[in-house]
Each structure stands twice: as C-alpha cells, then as structure tokens.
Design a protein around this ligand. Structure first.
Ligand SMILES: [Zn+2]
Length: 255
C-alpha cells in the first residue's frame, strides 16, 4: 500500500512538474528575456492611474468609486439594503450575473447530463435564470399573484434586471414605494428559489398561493425587523402593506 501510495505521489509530482510547472517556467523565462537591466536606475513603484501625482488614498478611492458599472448590474444603493438579508442580496448579485447553480449552468460546466437540465416545475423547458424566475408557467405566475396582492398591474419583462427596475416603479415613483416594491421583488425571487430547491432536494411541493403567503410573511418580517416603530399585524400587512410601511394612500383596514 505504501509503495502504491509513493508511486502515485511521484506520478502526480511528475505530472505537476511537466504539465503545469514547466510551461509556466518557459513563459517566465521569455518574460525575463525581454527585460532590460539598467544598472544606472533604481527599481521604483509607479501608480499608473496617476503617473504625475503618484499614489494617494483619495485617488485610489476615486478610482474604485467611479468605475463604470456594467450594464447588467444594478446600482448598489438598490441592491444592498438593511431590510433584506445579506444572503438574499448575494443571491441576487449572482442572479444578475447569471452565476446561480441553475441546471443550465450546471450542464454547461459538465456537472449534469443534458437530459437533467429540465425545469423542476415539469414544464419541459431548460432551467435558466430567465426561465425559472420569469417565463416558467409555474414560477412565473408568482409575479402576477404578487401584483394582484399589491393591486398593481403590468406585464413581465423578459430581462431579469429590467424586470427588477420595472417592478420597482409599478406603484408610483416615490422613493419609499419603490423601495418597498423592490423588497417584495427580493422576497419573491427568494421564495421561488427556495421552492425550486425544496422540489429538487426535499421533495416538497407548495401551491403558488402557498408561495404567495410565504412572500407576504417574509416581506412582513423583513420590514418589521428594520422598522423603528411598527404596530401593524400580519393581517394588516396582507390587507395593505403600503399603509403599514407608511407610504399608502388609504387608512382603512378591514378587521
Ligand atoms: Zn419551468
């Protein structure tokens, strides 16, 4: 056993040296051969973004904060919020960059076979981000149910980022209402993803109306946990969350 282990170790070492280390050494040697040794000059560090002024903390801060935002990204102020759990924000960042472990992504990385990338809802389509959260006949209908609950009306966008922007403006342009709508958006995609995982790994199946109740409850707890003063019940929240959040137009509750 020991001899087999030793030979395997030596074999791996040989593979490492020949296939990984040697090409890098050749590359480094080529790089070094292009350098010129100037004996009359000392080595110096140079801050390339500002050659004249050199490195400053202020310059580095400006460089980091003025980087062009990729078009597929959402402004950080809309993404990083106190009332949405960090794990949900990170999940959303991965969603906007199409980095979630969806079945389509797993297939492209060789993790699952081609016939295993079908949506868990049983619709027969490939499970991509856009399909799972927007166009799936089962999960996609959650947006309509949420809109019905909030009494807002629209059609779904086909791009997940545009859908996020559009959903935020459905109840009006005020900042507080947009913020609340985005919180519902976060809660909806989180519930959809959890339901997807439950169906794959846990074998549990919830009806869309049950998922809607989960969205209501999740958003209720998120908002209540971060509100300084909040005297409303879950029943009030279900009836009119905008009023509970202080950005509603009506103050009538049916008890
Ligand atoms: Zn589907």
């Amino acid at each position: 056993m020991k001899n087999n282990g030793e030979s395997l170790k030596n074999e791996n070492k040989t593979v490492f040296e020949t296939e990984l280390l040697f090409p890098k050494l050749v590359m480094y040697r080529k790089c070094i051969s292009t350098l010129q040794y100037l004996s009359s000059h000392f080595d110096v560090w140079r801050w390339i973004p500002e050659l004249a002024a050199g490195y400053t903390v202020n310059g580095a801060y400006k460089l980091l904060t003025t980087r062009p935002t990729p078009t597929e990204c959402v402004p950080e102020a809309l993404l990083w919020r106190k009332d949405v759990p960090l794990k949900v924000t990170v999940f959303t960042c991965r969603l906007f960059r199409f980095c979630l472990p969806t079945k389509a992504n797993l297939y492209h990385r060789g993790v699952i076979s081609p016939d295993a990338q079908v949506c868990v809802a049983g619709c027969g389509y490939q499970e991509t981000e856009n399909h799972l959260f927007l166009s799936c006949p089962l999960f996609g209908q959650m947006w309509q149910l949420v809109r019905n609950w909030l009494c807002v009306y629209s059609v779904d966008h086909y791009s997940i980022v545009d859908h996020f922007y559009q959903f935020g403006t459905l109840s009006g342009g005020s900042k507080s209402r947009c913020s609340l709508m985005h919180m519902f958006w976060f809660a909806t995609i989180w519930v959809i993803w959890k339901e997807r995982n439950d169906r794959i790994f846990g074998g549990q199946v919830n009806h869309p109306l049950q998922l809607l109740e989960k969205i209501k409850l999740l958003s209720f707890w998120w908002f209540k946990a971060n509100a300084l003063v909040f005297h409303f019940s879950f029943h009030n929240w279900c009836h009119n969350p905008f009023v509970c959040a202080g950005c509603g137009r009506f103050l009538i509750f049916v008890v």
